[in-house]
Design a binder for this molecule. Structure first.
Ligand code: PLP
Length: 461
């Protein structure tokens, strides 16, 4: 399998090179040249597999430059730390299925991909005798999952900037309580945007980037999308173990990474009905799907902060397919976005979009009400991101279909909001309680680029 760029500017490369490249060197995103199709008897033969076995079957079709035994051990190692034997268990509540993606170490679905990516980086770096210094900005979830993905790994250091005092308590502790020598937390006196701007400046200095072997871990890495394709298969098997009803997925969406993985599963032949793209008030993708309106607005802060995004980075991957793999058309679209703040699609293109996707935008009041209603009906706690997807599914998907709602975070990770909705304290799992007694390490700094650069240079091995 070879990988190409959505902007058409690179020669096809192998999987390991795609993982190390991250963002394509022409500014586009990397995609496989084709999707292996798995249907009929072959698909059925995967039904009885455990999660890691299934992950191997899916991932090995894309990572064909890694020997099978090595890939198996990378995958087994990545999912051994999950606190549920099914890794991503499916439960039935209130007429919907909840796909619990929060059984990893930081209690959010990002662990599914970042545990694997951390192991993959370590493996490829060792083989190539290289080192990597990961720099990233986070509003909370990506940073903690990335830190746990690479802590203690040989050849890798990680520097994560977060806005001081502006993440949830649990998110901050999940980052700062990791005191491995290769992990560096920087709490910036400023906003998430200040953090992100400084990281962009640092990557923009190509000489500095080369000299210090800097790399990123944001959701543009193909390996992250790939790892997430697996749980669509896994959930589909568990649902169709018990029903013949058509299977739809509802996905709380920010950067379009998670739902794009569902689209890939569909392209591989998995019989998925609709992919329901659920947004909060930051609803550019809902406006696009429902009203053909992809025009930029401002970002608003909501109770589902990991979805407070305007430009969804992975959306470019989907546009490439929507535009029939025409990289020229992708470039035109992004030129239009830059100049006029919007992307326009033809009625024929919009008809294609609506074959695969439907969408709803759920506001904060409805999100909090859903947490309350769901709890009073079932006793089951939803985190605010999951609640957005559940509400969208109840509103939009037929009740005689199997409605699978992706649960992207554990309620304890956003306990402030869950408690606001319910009016009482929610129980914290052991792993959260333990965080409070642990020693922490974190550098608190002003939003001053020269200071951050000095810190990097002093701590890069
Ligand atoms: C990152 C995140 C999302 C959004 O996922 P995307 O892949 O960016 O669309 C939703 N919920 C939670 C809890 C997250 O951490």
């Amino acid at each position: 399998m070879r990988y190409i760029s959505t902007r058409g500017g690179i020669n096809p490369i192998a999987f390991k090179d795609a993982v190390m490249m991250g963002l394509a060197s022409d500014g586009g995103l990397l995609l496989p040249q084709s999707y292996p199709v798995v249907t009929g008897e072959q698909l059925e033969s995967w039904r009885k597999l455990t999660y890691p076995e299934l992950a191997f079957e899916v991932i090995s079709r894309y990572a064909d430059d890694i020997p099978a035994s090595d890939l198996k051990s990378l995958i087994n190692h990545s999912y051994a730390g999950f606190n549920h034997p099914d890794v991503t268990p499916l439960v039935r509540q209130n007429g919907v299925y909840i796909l619990e993606l929060f059984h990893g170490v930081t209690l959010a679905f990002k662990d599914v991909a970042l545990q694997f990516l951390g192991n993959l980086f370590e493996y490829i770096l060792a083989e190539r005798k290289q080192t990597l210094n990961i720099i990233g900005a986070t509003s909370g979830d990506t940073g903690s999952a990335a830190i746990h993905g690479v802590r203690g790994k040989k050849g890798i250091s990680i520097f994560i900037l977060h806005p001081h005092g502006k993440t949830s308590k649990v998110q901050a502790l999940q980052m700062t309580s990791v005191t491995d020598a290769n992990v560096h937390n920087i709490a910036v006196r400023g906003t998430f945007d200040d953090c992100q701007d400084m990281v962009k400046e640092i990557f923009g200095d190509l000489e500095f980037k080369e000299k210090y072997s800097l790399g990123a871990v944001n959701s543009i890495n193909w390996a992250r999308v790939l790892a997430q394709v697996v749980y669509y298969f896994y959930a589909w098997f568990r649902v169709t173990d018990e029903t013949d009803a058509p299977v739809n997925f509802s996905v709380p969406t920010g950067n379009f990474g998670d739902i794009f993985a569902g689209y890939v599963a569909k392209r591989m032949g998995l019989p998925i009905g609709k992919l329901l793209l659920a947004t909060n008030e930051n609803n550019i993708l809902t406006r696009f799907i429902n009203a053909s309106d992809y025009s930029l607005g401002g970002v608003v802060a909501t109770v589902s902060p990991s979805m407070d995004i305007q430009i969804a980075s992975n959306f470019e991957r989907y546009l490439f397919h929507l535009f029939a793999e025409d990289a020229g058309r992708v470039k035109e679209a992004f030129a239009e976005l830059k100049e006029y703040g919007r992307i326009s699609c033809s009625p024929e293109e919009m008809a294609l979009v609506r074959e695969d996707f439907c969408s709803a935008s759920i506001n904060q009041d409805a999100t909090l009400q859903t947490i309350r209603d769901f709890y009073s009906d079932t006793g089951y706690l939803l985190d605010p991101h999951t609640a957005v997807g559940v509400k969208a599914a109840l509103d939009l998907l037929p009740s005689d279909s199997a409605r699978v709602c992706l649960a992207t975070a554990h309620p304890a990770k956003f306990s402030e909001t869950v408690e606001q909705a319910l009016g009482f304290k929610v129980p914290a799992p052991e792993s959260v309680k333990e965080l409070y007694g642990k020693p922490t390490r974190c550098e608190i700094m002003d939003a001053d680029l020269s200071k951050v650069r000095e810190f990097l240079v002093a701590h890069i091995g």
